[in-house]
Design a protein around this ligand. Structure first.
Ligand code: FAD
Length: 405
């Protein structure tokens, strides 16, 4: 039995455990995680870790000794299969572990292809350390990599692999990369950058299946009859939230587990945080969404812990995110979903600019490329919700903090 039991030892689970002790919680705490490693940062898996620029030790969220020092029991390499919300226990293998409060922080599993050849030994996802270690172990022997999916993970992987001298083909089924998360201006910029770095980036590219020989993918076959010879396939087409046991136990949810503003699920004393938690986000104008970001994982974890400790502090953190590709540092703040206008600030040709997203004249989000000042100063405007002077917003010579109404 634990007073607080955390399921999932990723970003959100780790932050929940850290926050409990930071806020002075003295009860028993344990974290159950199905990976073998203590909590580590996931963003470097498609960036510095994959590139070989950072060792695994350097991406640990806390040094390995931290957890025991804080009296946080780590039950690693173990997966929760079942939750009993009335008797208040979870099942791990044959063992039942009781809880006072349960924090569900299980993230998501990579969505995989369903076509023929999807299970070949050299078809990889990029979600866990093991996924990336498996790829890194083979990189020496390969030249051609095909990446399926032009989201952040696919693009970051393309940048790393190109730098490592691999020939990369990136296939995006829609008519532009980053279509789900960014405006067209940003998509076109990144497409051009990748092509300039030698990536064979194809949009509107519909694959049919993977050709396999002796258990290994040898080519990606396209719907239009095209054929791309390959030594490795990387699939970056999103995640499926890991909610099975909670939904089976009766929690409300669909795409993720539904939570309220304190990260409570519909089941008593069970909270959900991070990538798996669907919540009404005020920066998405109240839409029920899941956010897949370190910011959201950390801030929701703190909200749940505060609530467990008797403080009702509704979750309303400003969403932010980053992505590193080549020498380009993208920082985003706010959520551009539902924008009705996009303004370009600065010249993409200088490789330092921002795209500003407006709705009803209000600045709701920014994508800032090598433009840290815009990112920092734009944040206040996203929070204030004021209608701003558009000519000034689009004028890069006027600092954003000086833009008036
Ligand atoms: P996770 O970190 O995925 O942790 C969940 C853990 O729970 C996992 O270890 C999982 O194995 C475990 N688990 C699942 N089910 C069970 C079960 N039943 N029993 C026990 N354990 C279970 N975000 C950014 O903000 N910026 C970035 O640049 C960025 N880059 C990224 C790059 C990559 C390659 C990836 C994969 C993600 C990136 N993200 C980035 C997203 C960010 O990493 C996630 O939003 C964050 O990890 C979410 O934290 P989480 O705790 O909800 O889930």
């Amino acid at each position: 039995y634990y007073d607080v039991l955390i399921v999932g030892a990723g970003h959100a689970g780790a932050q929940a455990a850290i926050a409990l002790r930071q806020f002075g919680f003295e009860g028993s705490v344990a974290m159950i995680g199905d990976e073998k490693d203590p909590p580590y940062e996931r963003p470097p898996l498609s960036k510095e870790y994959f590139a070989g620029d950072k060792s695994f030790d350097r991406i640990l969220i806390r040094p390995a000794a931290f957890w025991a020092e804080r009296k946080i029991d780590m039950l690693l390499g173990r997966r929760v299969k079942h939750v009993d919300p009335s008797a208040r226990f979870v099942t791990v293998g044959n063992e039942e572990i009781g809880y006072g409060k349960l924090i569900w922080a299980t993230g998501g599993s990579p969505r995989m292809l369903t076509c023929n050849g999807a299970d070949a030994s050299n078809v990889h996802a990029v979600r866990r350390r093991d996924d990336v270690d498996a790829m890194m172990a083979k990189l020496d022997q390969i030249k051609h990599v095909t990446i399926i999916g032009g989201g952040y993970i696919g693009l970051e992987a393309a940048a790393v692999l190109t730098k490592l001298g691999k020939q990369v083909v990136l296939l995006e089924a829609l008519d532009r990369v980053l279509a789900r998360v960014a405006g067209e201006e940003l998509s076109r910029f990144y497409e051009a950058e990748h092509r300039a770095h030698g990536v064979d980036l194809r949009t509107g590219a519909k694959m049919d299946c993977i050709e396999v020989k002796d258990g290994r993918a040898t080519a990606v076959l396209m719907a239009d009859g095209g054929r791309i010879e390959t030594d490795m396939v990387i699939v970056g087409i999103g995640i499926v939230p890991e909610t099975g046991p909670l939904i089976a136990a009766g929690a409300a949810g669909g795409n993720g587990v539904d939570v309220d503003e304190y990260c409570r699920t519909s089941l008593p004393d069970i909270y959900a945080v991070g990538d798996c938690a669907a919540h009404a986000n005020s920066f998405a104008r109240g839409a029920q969404i899941r956010l897949e970001s370190v910011q959201n994982a950390n801030d929701q974890a703190k909200t749940a812990v505060a609530h467990i400790m008797g403080k009702e502090e509704a979750y309303e953190a400003v969403p932010w995110f980053w992505s590193n590709q080549y020498d380009l540092k993208l920082q985003t703040v706010g959520l551009s979903i539902g924008h009705d206008q996009a303004l370009l600030r600065g010249d993409p040709a200088t490789r330092s600019f921002s795209v500003l997203y407006l709705k009803g004249g209000k600045l709701i989000a920014l994508d800032c490329v090598n433009a840290v000042k815009d990112y920092v100063q734009g944040r206040a405007h996203v929070l204030s919700g004021a209608v701003l002077d558009q000519a000034q917003l689009a004028d890069a010579s006027v600092p954003l903090k000086e833009v008036g109404l």
